[in-house]
Design a protein around this ligand. Sequence first.
Ligand code: MLT
Length: 268
Amino acid sequence: MNTRTASGRTVAYDDAGSGLPLVVLHAFPLCREMWTPQVDALRDNFRVLAPDLPGFGGSSGFAGAPSMDGMADAVAEFLDALDLREPVALGGLSMGGYVAFAFARKYPGRLRALILADTRAEPDDETGKANRDRMIAFAREHTAADVIEQMMPKMVSGETQSQRPAVVAEVRRLAGMQSVDGIIAALKAMRDRPDAGPGLGQIAVPTLVIAGAEDTFAPPTMTQSLAARIRGARVVILPGAGHLSNLEKPAEFTAAVREFLAGLPLAA
Ligand code: MLT
């Protein structure tokens, strides 16, 4: 793990390999380590950067009110702290995807390509917001390990639950390490996030949309509809994977990312 100070806040991150920078943003309530299979596999060809988003892993929490824009700003400040000025390929899974939408809207000139995994452009509806409030109240009274137990049935596919116990154990391990304060802040930021739909037509970089076929947070119909609103977006659906498709089907996920990045047009 490396650390940098960006705008007075600590950012913990992994940084491996060299070449086109690929920045990957983790899901809720996990941390940068969920990207270990991709960092290990892609470092031969790319510089893979996996930061902990504010309040997760080894990163400081929010300075002000939690928001997706604040997370996107933290990513931009992290790139500044690394003196990384060239446009990057940015990937985000689920909550990481929400941050990627905000980053694409706020910093379009810093993007070379976008990878949106198991995520959705739609904001929370009233039921979704009420569920966030219930989860915030639950988290205040419980531990991070209790929070992930509530979520687990929707995090991975039935196939993963029955056939890949090591993946389930890894999700428990990663989520169990997170601070309840970070979890609560992220729940507020997700509850209050804006509709990313209006920005989709403005995305002007090559985009890969990828999801598990059994993802119930971002089911394939939603994934197809997301891709249809982004010019030229490519879609990959991974059979047998649920919401955490990069962990459930790491080889297939990585192969899709590698092929996509290898096919990018040369930088201007
Ligand atoms: C995630 O995987 O990041 C979260 O489940 C997303 C969400 O709760 O909206």
